[in-house]
Design a protein around this ligand. Sequence first.
Ligand code: ARG
Length: 483
Amino acid sequence: MSTESPAQTATTMTERKDNKLWGGRFERAPDARFDAFQRSFAFDRRLMPYEIAVDRAWAKALEPIGIFTTAEVKRTLAALDKIEQRAQSDPAWVESFGADAEDVHHFVEKALVEELGPLGWKLHTGRSRNELVATDFRLFVIDAASQINRGLLALIHALLSQAKAKLGVPMAGMTHMQHAQPILLSHFLLAHAEAFGRDVTHLQTAATSADACPMGSGALAGNSFGIDRAAVARDLGFSKITANSLDAVSDRDFALDYLFALSGIATHLSRLAEDFVLFASQEFSYVILPDEYSTGSSLMPQKKNPDCWELIRGKTGRITGALVSLLTTLKGLPTSYQRDLQEDKEALFSAQDQVSDMLAVATGAIKTTGYRDDRLHAAASNPALLATEAADYLVRKGVPFRQAHDLVGKILKEAERQQKLWTELPLAELQKLSSAFGTDFAAVLSVDAALASKKVPGGTAVESVRAAIAELENRLPKEASAK
Ligand code: ARG
């Protein structure tokens, strides 16, 4: 094969004064303000590694269809390597060379032309930025999801190791923020771990929806050079190609799925944060805030504030905002590529960075938080938490539950009238209300007994929680469990 293909003329572009990707049919330059307004290089430069990967795959795919010679593929690949290395090692070059780049696609093409001359203009044969941006963004989301997945697994493992270390410590379980029934602290920690476990599944869903390659869709109608779409997809690590060229350039569902997954993580982090902010308050005093993740007051010397949790809770608004932002951008768009779609990236990039930080900070805080076992024990020992145990006791003696509930209610009221703890009422007095009360009733009235009775799978008995820890560890992907 020759080194240069016969059609290597490039006459029109060499006559061009600017280096734009378009402009042949324009007479006047864009308004400067508008020009700055429409550029996306400032943020989509983040897609550069993916853009270059797609360029490599495309260059290779142009050879079997006769657009590139073997030598041209080689030269193009070498130039792409060089551009990639320079972009990584020389930020000043990216700044200066990219000053007039419209977007990342323009930047790489400009750099290719600089390296290769007119050969650099051939790579864009049969393709459009519309499919490029969709492909780059899908590849970004796949990598981003796996990065967040690692952060999520680290957090789950931190919760799991605290749950193991604290197994046996009771606390007052609450509903409506009112004392309800005794539970184990480990059970509470595992509740959070389970929620984050569902987020792992949501991330996988988003990565799966991003896993289809749009290349070969053209601007909207497909590719007229018979490009081997499956080969390009395979080369880029996609497991399949998109099914419809028009849909492929319109579709941002993968980004929505990903933002939904990030919003779910942020919402769960916010709930975890809220619990710890409360537990760190003087009223609860369940936890000792780690110095490493707290801040002080410039005015009040005694203060140690749970800022790590407050900021995690606060930042959640931005993540939900990113999801709503993209949903709103997409609403009302006609089918096909529209420039509105350029608005998909900034919110997602920012959500990515925020959630990544939020997970890292939450993991560090969970690992270093101390627990006041005395305070947790004291709260769990509130006799009111055992009222349900008394009703259950009566049920076991044959009293219908509704009646048992009512009886215990009356006992609590009587104790209140006598200004006593209800557990201090003598058996004889209880027996006046129901003959079902026997000498074995005393054994029911302990936190340990209450906990031990919840030995159903998913319950808060020590043995159930121990089994739940093992089951969750087993369910998690293996490679992160060492962390
Ligand atoms: N910067 C654009 C974006 O982010 C790339 C595609 C531009 N396509 C076009 N036909 N103007 O969506």
